[in-house]
Design a protein around this ligand. Structure first.
Ligand code: NDP
Length: 469
């Protein structure tokens, strides 16, 4: 089993070099992260191009076995990966956090390895015969965020490699060490040049996406950066999968049981301390159950310890970076200034060395308040009261993003009827945010386009080819 110190030493920059990385819980220095130049990026792309034909020439079975070996490697180094992830990202070891994320990396690798993608016979009528094949695209560029830095990387890398592509992967500048550590572990099982890390802050992402050698870019991050990537992709007509986050709504119907749904509501909103693309970010609750839902949520929230990730009892951590602390702080202050009612939290220590923002629940808030209409991406949930479900659906659909949504009810059919009218890539019923390696996932509107996971995910990193005749 690989030790934390060995793993960190393998990816950190030499002393005096690189960018200093600080623990978001304590402010303590972790190590320096390497900062690659654009020349290093050119090398990485060249290596990916050189390695691709041989990787594509391997049989699907060989590549599937490679993914399983990568899962074995992740499992061998699971403790060290989780510790580094917890220190750098801030998420606790326990709860749906660091150990969970590392475990899910192995699961996603294995399921992606075993997902069938047979050649489709699209016409066979005695006159015409045509098959649809899924060929490798070539080199895929992978740009990943800081909230789930290992799992999101796996979501992009695993299907890309399975389908015969090689990869150039750039971790977020906020979680470079975690990203590089995962890539180093995966590379224990891959031939040279198949998976190529580049690390840096500033303009490396922009330099990567204009490379003509890339056939596809997978990006998870902000809508603003996604739009710049769309513009850049025009130059080479590069294919894109964009997962640009959202402002997910939840609608609680009058027949929901407040106590029964409270824990799922809580984790829907506060998983990874709210720093999750498909977290519940605005909750619309019918007047008849409003007070009971608020009360039940406060009770659950008060029982969830927040603190340093390496302390085993904690299930909520700090915000990963000060930029995000500033976003949450600004939005909660706007809510307070509007007269909304603070049920819990809302009073951060702004002088602490870390980035802890307390678990915050805000009631009786105007539906147009900035905390409702902007993405907070942190541990602060606005709870909006409604009396007419048509109004709740209209408010849910008013956003220009649509990644996920949820409907909460004792009547599954009633919930499904509402779900059909909500504009979102996924609508969960009586839960929020759960993903599964066989279930396609993607957004509508400005949450991006393209599906990940399952058969659809494999297709999205392939070049379809019709063989006709
Ligand atoms: P961004 O989404 O803006 O992503 C920044 C990453 O994109 C960096 O790695 C950066 O690399 C790269 N990048 C920047 N410009 C370009 C470009 N023109 N072309 C290609 N790549 C580029 O995230 P931030 O970290 O700035 O977070 C901002 C907001 O994004 C958060 O407040 C949150 O709302 C949202 N977010 C959403 C996530 C999700 O899961 N959907 C995850 C994280 C954040 P480089 O520095 O080298 O240019």
């Amino acid at each position: 089993m690989e030790q934390y110190e060995t793993l960190l030493a393998a990816v950190a920059a030499p002393a005096g070099d690189g960018r200093e990385v600080f623990d978001p819980a304590t402010g303590d220095l972790i190590a320096a992260a390497p900062a690659d130049t654009t020349a290093a990026l050119d090398d990485a792309v060249a290596r990916a191009v050189a390695a691709q034909p041989a990787w594509a020439a391997r049989s699907d079975e060989e590549r599937r076995q490679a993914l399983h070996r990568m899962a074995d490697a992740v499992e061998r180094s699971a403790d060290a990966l989780a510790e580094l992830l917890s220190r750098e990202q801030g998420k606790p070891l326990n709860g749906p956090n660091a150990r969970f994320e590392v475990g899910a990396c192995a699961t996603w690798l294995r399921v992606t390895a075993d997902t069938p993608l047979p050649t489709e016979v699209v016409v066979d009528d005695g006159t015409d015969y045509a098959e649809l094949h899924y060929r490798p695209i070539g080199v895929v560029g992978v740009i990943t965020p800081w909230n789930w830095p290992m799992l999101i990387a796996i979501w992009q890398i695993a299907p890309s490699l399975r389908m015969g592509n090689t990869v150039v992967a750039k971790p977020s500048e906020y979680t470079t060490l975690s990203g590089l550590a995962l890539l180093a572990v995966l590379n224990q099982e891959l031939p040279e040049g198949v998976l190529n890390p580049v690390a840096g802050a500033g303009d490396l992402g922009a330099a990567l996406v204009v490379k003509p050698e890339l056939g596809k870019i997978m990006f998870t991050g902000s809508t603003a950066t996604g739009k710049r990537i769309i513009e850049a992709s025009a130059g080479n007509v590069t294919r894109l999968t964009l997962e640009l986050g959202g402002n997910d709504a939840g609608i609680v119907l009058p027949d929901a049981d407040p106590v029964a749904i409270a824990e799922n509501l809580f984790w829907g909103a506060f998983i990874n301390t709210g720093q999750t693309c498909a977290a519940l970010k605005r909750l619309y609750v019918h007047d008849s159950v409003y007070d009971a839902v608020c009360l039940a949520l406060v009770e659950v929230a008060k029982a969830m310890p927040m603190g340093v990730g390496l302390d085993e009892q904690n299930v909520l951590g700090p915000l990963q970076n000060r930029m995000q602390f500033g976003v949450v702080d600004r939005l909660v202050e706007a809510a307070k200034a509007s007269g909304a009612r603070v049920l819990l939290g809302g009073e951060p220590d702004r002088d602490q060395p870390g980035n802890f923002y307390p678990t915050t629940l805000i009631a009786d808030i105007d539906p147009q308040n900035p905390l409702v209409v902007e993405e907070q991406f942190g541990p602060a949930l606005p709870i909006v009261r409604y009396s007419d479900v048509e109004e709740a659906i209209a408010l849910a659909n008013a956003a220009d993003v649509g990644l996920g949504a949820s409907v909460w009810s004792g009547d599954r059919d009633a919930a499904r009827a509402i779900a059909a009218r909500v504009q979102a890539g996924t609508v969960w019923i009586n839960s929020h945010g759960g993903v599964h390696p066989m279930i396609p996932f993607g957004g509508v509107k400005q949450s991006g386009y393209g599906l990940e996971f399952g058969t659809e995910g494999l297709k999205s990193v392939s070049a379809p080819q019709v063989v006709n005749g």
